[in-house]
Unconditional design. Structure first.
Length: 209
């Protein structure tokens, strides 16, 4: 058999035999590296198309004034059924501009039946930045967030600069599984200048039982 043909056949066989991507402690069921465009399945809540962009392999959103109930440019996607397992939602967030406004924040928000009910964010409060929930001090410009959800509740975790072990900031209960969505969003931005937040390497991991 021709050596090139044999090599191609072997490599093709190896690709077909490879299992789906895995995380250290679970199965990656969805990922988006924001490489040039958004992956299928996302939708915008109160989109302002001039206030978000894909740039250099990341999603960047202009943090506008607003609150949880009227946040602009919230990026949402339907969540896997958490009655069928435990899932981790991971993303790295970065303040491209240092936050200056009270409650200026960026991170993950969990929606249940159309309502924002829980969040895991990096937030400016009283002149410092914190991980909420838990109000853990956060000096790092970038932080990897990890929201673990199950039928019973959630665990909020983080890693400064994506290094070391995940630390737990808080945990608690959730309403019964229903129309669940996960959102990447930022809000409570300044009115007199443009601040941008960056999201990198979003993924959903089904954790081992």
């Amino acid at each position: 058999m021709n050596r090139l043909l044999l090599t191609t056949w072997v490599l093709t066989g190896l690709v077909l035999m490879c299992p789906p991507a895995t995380a250290n402690d679970g199965q990656v069921v969805f990922s988006d590296a924001f490489d040039g465009k958004l992956a299928e399945g996302w939708s915008w809540l109160r989109e302002n198309p001039d206030a978000w962009r894909i740039r250099e392999g990341g999603l960047e959103i202009h943090v506008e004034p607003g609150l949880a109930h009227n946040v602009k440019n919230a990026l949402l996607r339907k969540a896997p059924d958490r009655s069928q397992g435990t899932f981790a939602y991971e993303v790295t967030v970065t303040n491209l501009t240092p936050p200056v406004v009270q409650f200026e924040q960026v991170g993950i928000t969990w929606y249940n039946n159309g309502r924002p009910i829980k969040k895991l964010v990096k937030e400016r409060i009283d002149g410092d930045t914190w991980i909420i929930p838990g109000k853990v001090p956060m000096k790092a410009k970038s932080v990897q967030l990890r929201l673990i959800v199950s039928a019973e509740g959630y665990i909020a975790q983080f890693r400064p600069d994506g290094k070391g072990e995940f630390q737990t900031a808080g945990k608690g209960g959730l309403p019964a599984p229903g129309d669940d969505q996960v959102s990447l969003q930022c809000y409570h931005g300044p009115t007199d200048t443009e601040h941008w937040m960056r999201f990198d390497d979003f993924r959903i991991v089904k954790l081992e039982d």
